[in-house]
Design a binder for this molecule. Structure first.
Ligand code: RIB
Length: 301
């Protein structure tokens, strides 16, 4: 138990801190440029590994220095990166603007991440037959993501799908999610115009659409989660926020780790909330992730 495979994106993040977001046509001066390992898939893998899961990452980076940096950072977090291939495109790059409230605006140039296609999924499929949990997000081409979801189902492997950035998913793929993890905005995109009176009602709509379990992350308002046994809320931890970049990925990776080790959804979501709370207290995505002992200390304080 506790083998997690993340198949997805890896980016290099270039981060500038700014007093506020620029308007159209405006130039603003910010902090010194900083470089971090990022990308939703890589971040989620780093978080799962730091929580103690035996974690592997499959994805595509460029044959450039940024690709080497991203792989070495993942390996430092304890992730097996033997499933990464180097392709003839630049490593995915994210331009991240962080404002004093800790919020971020991100633009991604996917580059090498585009090479994660159905052919890649088929070629690398043998590398994760033993996984207890497969983690996917939507920063990779949708056709490949849905293909891998179906491969996981065929093998009887539990699927955690983080629908970020938001895109419509087929009914077949939705029905394989256990859990589907979305934030408020992603929930709105996936459900279309259907309004709901509360986040519990939003969770119920996902369950009605066939997802096996669902988690809706609400930032400072905590998280709502549900499955066939019911719907409940876990509160967030009150902390000083420096940078929220990658906090959602920390939550996803930690949830995967806890579910793979056999925890129930409530326990996994509560633990992942603590991991996310720790991750927002310093700059960067993977660079801000705690290890398991730090999470335990935080929960015991
Ligand atoms: O979720 C945060 C991540 O989104 C960043 O690390 C950036 O690379 C983008 O993929």
């Amino acid at each position: 138990m506790n083998r997690v495979t993340v198949i997805g994106s890896a980016n290099i993040d270039f981060v500038v801190e700014l007093p506020r977001r620029p308007d159209a046509g405006e130039t603003l001066l910010g902090s010194d440029l900083r470089r971090f390992a990022g990308g939703k898939g890589a971040n989620q893998a780093a978080a799962a590994a730091r929580m103690g899961a035996e974690t592997s990452f499959s994805g595509c980076v460029g044959a450039d220095e940024n690709g080497s940096f991203v792989c070495s950072q993942l390996a430092e977090s304890g992730v097996d990166v033997s499933g990464v291939i180097r392709v003839d495109r630049p490593t995915g790059t994210a331009l991240v603007l962080v404002t004093p409230d800790g919020e971020n605006s991100i633009v991604v140039s996917p580059g090498a991440n585009h090479a994660l296609d159905v052919e890649f999924a088929e070629k690398k499929g043998d590398e994760w037959v033993d996984a207890d949990m497969v983690v996917l997000n939507l920063e990779s081409p949708l056709r490949a993501v849905e293909h891998i979801a179906a491969m996981a189902a065929h093998r009887g492997i539990r699927l955690l799908l983080n629908a970020a950035p938001a895109e419509q998913l087929s009914a077949e793929t939705l029905a394989l999610c256990d859990p589907l993890i979305v934030n408020e905005h992603e929930a709105r995109v996936l459900l279309g115009d259907e309004g709901a009176s509360s986040f519990a009602a939003v969770a119920q709509r996902f369950l009605d659409r066939g997802v096996r379990s669902v988690v809706i992350t609400l930032g400072a308002a905590g998280a709502v989660f549900g499955d066939s046994t019911g719907i409940a809320t876990v509160p967030a931890f009150a902390v000083d926020v420096v940078d929220t970049t990658g906090a959602g990925d920390a939550f996803v990776g930690a949830t995967a780790s806890e579910l793979a080790r056999g925890c129930g959804l409530r326990e996994a979501v509560a633990f992942a909330s603590a991991v996310a709370a720790l991750s927002v207290q310093s700059v960067g995505a993977q660079s801000s992730y705690p290890n398991r002992r730090e999470v335990r200390d935080f929960l015991d304080r």
